[in-house]
Design a protein around this ligand. Structure first.
Ligand code: GLA
Length: 673
């Protein structure tokens, strides 16, 4: 394997560094309001010891900053921020708008969230507000303005952290206020009722609207609610949260031009926010990621989320705003991370483009809902394994500073679209076993195991330069996307499409003619009938592979059958096809099968060569800068591994003329020669 010669032909220009961050950021959420003031002094001393240089402050402090409407108490925050700055810890100052105070909810009962079933949700938690509430918008703008005015000029301020995880706990609200806002959003989108009736197909079941006031949010109904209405409600909701973000961002920009504004995303874990749309709105993309502790392959899911975050950031450096040093507290079983795991997790994010390693949270809380959540400083203090690893990681990041601003070199593009995810999983699909994430994760995992790095791209994003594009689940495919995919293939690209793609347009209306209407010509086939399998049912393909969940009755119209069904409802019919179009190739996989086989064939068409000789369980990622290139090698296995690559190992300082040994469970970072 020659890693250096595998560098991609053309990488986008190096990114400008994240404004105001002059080091690889290390730290986390800091909630000093939970502690007596004397503890703050211990905090900053320990932050220095651990190499912490950035903390997010005030995220849930609204009730303390504005204890009664219009009465502000900033004294404590003044002292915290000054103390941090005096100790060399930069400040990512939060607007506290994710936790409106109790006085707000009491005064504005109409701002409470109403579930789809009509249940009004109470307070005593956080994010207890409807995203469309005008009263909330006004109150949030007021506290944001106060903070911005007071701290815009603070010398320790390097970034604004708007809100916390928009849509996290209050993703969807179905109250009367939301209904009014939804109708306004629909007027903007459709202009007139005739266009809405057309788009929603309201002749079906006699749903035609004669007055805007008749339209409701898609609340619980006697049977399936109009899917186009549900899809628009998801778009509307993502936009409602985005409007809240924009309001705060614009205030912050006005008071402190040049200070970047971010907000922490929950990429791949929050279905209600269309993050591709948000990526262009934030100054810096930030993400929170928590591993799925019971999944043995959770490091692959981590890699996928990190790559998707970079995709949302259009390839530019991003910030890992939160993850955990060890266990979380909100899973059914909160497995602790084992020695070295936090480090592997952290550096996996760095390898995939993060210029920060930040945690929830600095010091473990003694009270409240998250007291069993791990922290940088555990309940047990500094004489603990977690603390020792936190200090070591801080030192490691200091050694990796030169990676900041470099770009991740990807081999393959995978399409990702929140709208397609939403639409695919609405009710009354041909099988309840259809799942968006299932297919994306399956294709991603195979590419990961083949040591190919993925760029996630929105269907409207640029595909030039990628030899291979995978569309794992593109149920919703607009005619424009179909045309672009066709041009990509005709121009020499290789495309792999998984089943139940190209079926509907943006209104969840089936494209005219045989399935898959949007991709029929490109794939050189039609799907005469969907043939989903019963629960537990399996079929066999002509290469011996076993598939489940889904099959189709394909009729070829230019494509060739590369694999056929041996048994099951489509026995004897094509299962995996290949179509040559222009100078490229389009593959179609009509069943839920391990993608290893089809990807191997597609690699040949695309001229993609997975690196050989990479030891099992070792992950290799490349970051490329103007002055140097880097290889991050992460050994997830329990055996030491040798990776053939030459350069200087940054964590140990060792010169590696030919290869580097990556001990079991360890990470090595090479500046390559
Ligand atoms: C989220 C939130 C944090 C905290 C952590 C716990 O990411 O943003 O406030 O609740 O989860 O894992």
């Amino acid at each position: 394997m020659d890693l250096v010669s595998r560098l991609p032909q053309a990488l986008a220009a190096p990114s400008p560094p994240i404004p105001r961050l002059d080091r690889m950021a290390y730290g986390g959420d800091y909630n000093p309001e939970q502690w007596p003031e004397k503890v703050w002094h211990e905090d900053v001393a320990l932050m220095r010891a651990a190499g912490v240089n950035l903390v997010s402050v005030g995220i849930f402090a609204w009730a303390l900053l504005e204890p009664a409407e219009g009465r502000y108490e900033f004294g404590w925050l003044d002292r915290v921020l000054d103390l941090l700055h005096e100790n060399g810890v930069s400040i990512d100052l939060a607007t506290p708008t994710a936790a409106p105070p109790a006085w707000f909810s009491r005064r504005h009962p109409e701002s409470r969230i109403v579930t789809r079933d009509g249940v009004v949700l109470g307070g005593g938690a956080r994010q207890s507000f409807c995203p469309s509430s005008p009263a909330y918008a006004e109150a949030a703008a007021r506290i944001t303005e106060q903070l911005a005015r007071r701290y815009a000029g603070h010398p320790g301020l390097v970034m604004w952290h708007s809100h916390n995880e928009y849509g996290g706990a209050n993703g969807l609200c179905y109250c009367a206020v939301s209904g009014e806002a939804f109708r306004g959003w629909l007027r903007d989108r459709y202009g007139d009722l005739a266009a809405l009736n057309e788009a929603w197909g309201t002749t079906f079941w006699g749903q035609r609207y004669g007055d805007w006031g008749e339209i409701e949010p898609p609340v619980a109904a006697p049977t399936a609610v109009n899917p186009a209405q549900q899809l628009d409600y998801l778009r509307f909701t993502s936009d409602a949260h985005l409007a809240n973000f924009r309001r705060e961002r614009d205030i912050l920009h006005r008071w402190s031009p040049g200070v970047p504004v971010t907000t922490n995303f929950q990429i791949a874990n929050c279905k209600t926010i269309d993050y591709f749309k948000w990526g262009a709105e934030v100054d810096v993309v930030s993400n929170d990621h928590y591993i799925q502790p019971e999944r043995p392959d959770n490091h692959i899911e981590l890699a996928m989320c990190a790559d998707l975050t970079r995709g949302v950031a259009s390839g530019t450096p991003w910030l890992l705003m939160e993850h955990s040093t060890s266990a979380v507290n909100w899973k059914p079983r909160n497995l602790a991370k084992r020695p070295g795991e936090m480090r592997r997790n952290s550096l996996s994010h760095v390898a995939r483009g993060s210029d920060a390693v930040l945690f929830f949270q600095w010091r473990a809380s003694r009270f409240g809902a998250e007291k069993f959540h791990s922290a940088m400083l555990p309940q047990g203090g500094t004489d603990t394994r977690v603390w020792r690893e936190v200090v070591e990681l801080g030192a490691d990041l200091g050694r990796l500073d030169e990676l900041r601003g470099t770009r991740v070199a990807a081999d393959v593009a995978v399409l990702w679209d929140w709208e397609s995810w939403w639409a695919l999983e609405l009710d009354w699909r041909p099988s309840v076993d259809l799942s968006y994430l299932d297919r994306v994760e399956a294709y991603y995992e195979r590419l990961w195991r083949d040591n190919l790095t993925v760029d996630f791209v929105h269907p409207t994003g640029a595909l030039d330069g990628y030899p291979l594009v995978v569309a794992p689940s593109l149920y919703l495919t607009t005619p424009a996307t179909a045309a672009r995919l066709r041009a990509y293939v005709a121009g020499g690209g290789t495309l792999v499409v998984s089943y139940f793609s190209g079926i509907v347009d943006e209104t969840d209306t089936v494209h005219p003619g045989a399935y898959p209407g949007a991709l029929r010509d490109l794939l050189g086939l039609t799907v005469e009938e969907f043939l989903p399998l019963p629960a537990g049912g399996v079929v066999h393909l002509s290469d011996g592979a076993v598939a489940d969940v889904w099959t189709e009755d394909l009729a070829l119209a230019g494509a060739t059958a590369e694999l056929t069904y041996v048994d099951g409802p489509a026995a004897g019919r094509p299962a995996v096809t290949r179509h040559t179009l222009g100078t490229g190739t389009a593959w179609y996989v009509s069943t839920r099968v391990d993608p290893a086989g089809v990807l191997r064939r597609a690699y040949t068409d695309a001229g993609v060569t997975p690196p050989d000789g990479v030891p099992d369980g070792v992950e290799l990622i490349r970051r490329v800068g103007e002055a140097a290139s880097y290889v991050v090698a992460i050994n997830h296995s329990s055996a030491d591994a040798v990776v053939r690559a030459s350069g200087v190992e940054l964590l140990t300082g060792a010169a590696c003329p030919e290869s580097v040994v990556v001990p079991a469970g360890a990470v090595r970072v090479l500046r390559t020669l």
